[in-house]
Design a protein around this ligand. Sequence first.
Ligand code: F6P
Length: 345
Amino acid sequence: MKVAVLTGGGDCPGLNAVIRAVVRRASAHGFEMMGLRDGWKGLLDDNHFRLTRETTSGILHRGGTILGTSRVNPFKVENGLERVKRAIERNDIHAVIAIGGEGTLSAATRMSQEGVRIVGVPKTIDNDLNGTDFTFGFDTAVGIATEAIDRLHSTAESHKRVIVCEVMGRHVGWIATYAGLAGGADVILVPEVPADLERVAEHIKHRHASGRTFSIVVVAEGTRIKLSHEGQEQLITSGALDEAGRPRLGGVGALLATEIERRTGYETRVSVLGHIQRGGAPTAHDRVLATRYGVHACDMVARGEFGKMAALRGNEIVSVDLSEATRELKKVPQEFFQVAQVFFG
Ligand code: F6P
């Protein structure tokens, strides 16, 4: 029986660990594995190759994905669904394992409703997928951001500056919250809570008045900032938006740094971590989680559990409906905002 695997959306540390686990487990079930190149594109263009124990050896610790990835959505391509179905039939593919985030799994949900046998694996450094407690890649991203915040502390302290550290998180602030708490940030700003600039500035001034000489502000890239302009209050996500209407990397951090310096008079710098958070080797935690997801996904195919996704609930790997994973984004719960002596929003 032939089973195909694809990786879609932004890359993420741990993708190779999933692929390796899927291929190893497949041999126990007697499946022949096929790797689709560049996400859904691999089916649209009939571009794939055979995956064996040998071709997936030595990849566990490697970042990125040996399959390549893209954000191509077959439902946004002319005759996309038919082309996908034709490729599946032509290559005698029994089932597809789709490893991806919100975009990839939303397409997988629709594909499954159209009769394609699909199993999902949740991936994103942002940890914003519903239905699972954690996605792999998140722990790695938090580790990288925490180390960066540690490093920013010593330079901020030496120069008596405010440093704004912008982390990834287009829609939610999981990375900002975890890395901010772990790194001892003084202010954490997330998309879930619009940031009040006046209050941020007051908080920093209060810290400095009580003897602190520096401050660290962590901000998620999708945070909205409340600004007064010509007497009107408005919410701004960045200085500039890209063609898709998303904040350009650096946008919100740079805006914040300028406004904080203007309001407090303290010298302020910005540091944008960007794709560094997504590159390189996964942590041990992510390698284990990714491996468990890969094994479970392969077992789901063997059991005929289609239209579902492997998910982490507590310490158990379970199967949940794909539609549950993609119905809405998983936000950071309010309780986190009271966890530490940190100022949020
Ligand atoms: O993987 C999700 C994410 O990290 C977001 O936080 C970020 O906005 C986005 O990817 C950027 O990805 P790209 O530059 O590949 O479009």
